[in-house]
Write a protein that binds this ligand. Structure first.
Ligand code: SF4
Ligand code: SF4
Length: 426
């Protein structure tokens, strides 16, 4: 990350980044990546692609976006799973999931937002105020959504700094809520057509539904292999694959993940695993882990456990459900998109029993020995839902550990002690 052969500084300067601070960020993330990922044993060869992408995270990929925009293309940044990538691509734009997974410029952030705001929202503002995120600066439009209160209000501040459009997300899943969400998708089409000057057609939408489903299918294959004992890929590498899925080129990423899945399936057939024999298998559920948040996975896997699944937005919620591919008209496809997207089980919804069912089902499917329920501090929705998650998991006969944390390294020692005790108890 810090030793690119090509000097991208002129491009970063053109984007208005704070170059010294940006260099410091790249160095810190590069060091963290090396210490976290490159020290793992027996990684599948296919993870080399993830290393390459991460090595060029602010280099080659940004250059691709830069060139695309110079040729007249538009880039759209999103912050939440509910914003359909299919519509963005059908309008000829590229969709980028903005990261928000590291502490940055909190001194500036806390002049605008209360200190007791979740780390994800603070990071989202910090990357903008600190001028260190080239993805943000490449985005012609950001799309927010009315999920939790913190994000909703923070978008008002972010919108003062950048072109931002907010979709209204209902918080229940009744038929009238699905109909309302569908109407929001219609409005989004108008917004995207205005931005790009392109018209979304039945052909372009059908193609993008297929393309994004293919990406999800590739990730499903990678993740299905994790059910094997021993598991053929670490939790860290699996999490990274989903994090990268948010911003990489879609057809290329799909191809590389299918290659990785081929390798994993062969490993499973040959009985090759990454973790030591008898390593305790953990499912993690909770708030998303945006790049470069690898903290909990690293703690679990350094302690000798292995993470076999993530019931979260940077996990199964991202790839598990597909959009129906049978629609022939835009009207049909909007029905299918609205139904699929409102079927994501986020704690911003009430009731959210589907998530509880998913956690128990996944723990069984993936042969997990225990579940860690992970919340970011000050995230009221997930923290409150933690009570129900813990009870459901215990009732299903599985041990559960609840963790509240943030992006800092301050509590790593204390969390490691708790995780080690949990793994010993499994
Ligand atoms: S946890 Fe909820 S609000 Fe956050 S990204 Fe996922 S769906 Fe969106
Ligand atoms: S982690 Fe919780 S508080 Fe933070 S943005 Fe997501 S839902 Fe909102």
């Amino acid at each position: 990350m810090s030793d690119q052969a090509v000097d991208y500084h002129p491009m970063w300067a053109e984007l208005g980044l704070d170059l010294p601070m940006h260099d410091a960020l790249l160095e810190a993330v590069g060091g963290m990546y090396g210490a976290t990922f490159m020290t793992q044993n027996n990684r599948p060869e296919g993870t080399g692609y993830l290393d390459f992408v991460m090595g060029e995270v602010h280099g080659l990929r940004i250059k691709e976006l830069h060139d695309f925009r110079k040729a007249g293309g538009k880039v759209v940044g999103t912050y939440c799973l509910y914003v359909p990538e299919e519509l963005i691509r059908a309008a000829g734009a590229w969709s980028i999931g903005i990261c928000a997974g590291a502490e940055w410029a909190y001194d500036q952030v806390e002049q605008i937002l209360p200190r007791n705001t979740c780390a994800l929202i603070k990071s989202m503002m910090g990357f903008k105020l600190g001028k260190v995120c080239p993805y943000l600066e490449e985005a012609d439009l950001l799309i927010g959504e009315t999920t939790c209160d913190g994000k909703k209000k923070a978008y008002e501040e972010l919108g003062k700094l950048q072109n931002l459009y907010v979709m209204e997300l209902p918080q229940m899943k009744r038929a009238k809520d699905v109909a309302f969400w569908r109407s929001e998708l219609v409005d989004l089409i108008a917004k995207l057509e205005e931005l790009t000057g392109n018209t979304i057609t039945a052909e372009s939408l059908k193609a993008s539904i297929r393309e994004v489903n293919d990406k999800r299918r590739a990730l499903q294959r990678v993740n299905a292999a994790r059910a094997a004992v021993p598991t053929p890929i670490s939790g860290l590498d699996s999490l990274l694959a989903v994090q990268v899925a948010f911003y990489d080129d879609v057809p290329r990423f799909t191809k590389m993940m299918n290659t990785l899945a081929d390798e994993l399936e062969k490993r499973v057939a040959d009985g090759i695993g990454v973790a030591p024999k008898g390593a305790k298998r953990v499912l993690i559920t909770g708030t998303p882990m945006a790049l470069p948040n690898w903290k909990l996975h690293q703690i679990v896997e350094t302690a000798g456990g292995v993470v076999v699944g993530e019931e979260m937005c940077t996990g199964s919620r991202y790839f598990e459900k597909l959009v129906d591919e049978g629609g022939a008209t835009i009207e049909d496809m909007l029905d299918d998109l609205a139904a699929k997207y409102l079927d994501i089980n986020c704690a911003c919804f009430t009731p959210n029993d589907g998530r509880l069912d998913d956690v128990v089902r996944m723990a069984r499917e993936l042969n997990a020995d225990g579940v860690i329920d992970y919340s970011l501090q000050f995230c009221g929705t997930y923290q409150i839902e933690s009570t129900a998650v813990q009870k459901t998991v215990r009732d299903a006969g599985l041990p559960v550990l609840s963790i509240d944390t943030d992006y800092s390294a301050e509590d790593v020692g204390q969390l490691s002690t708790r995780v080690e005790a949990f793994l010993e108890m499994l």
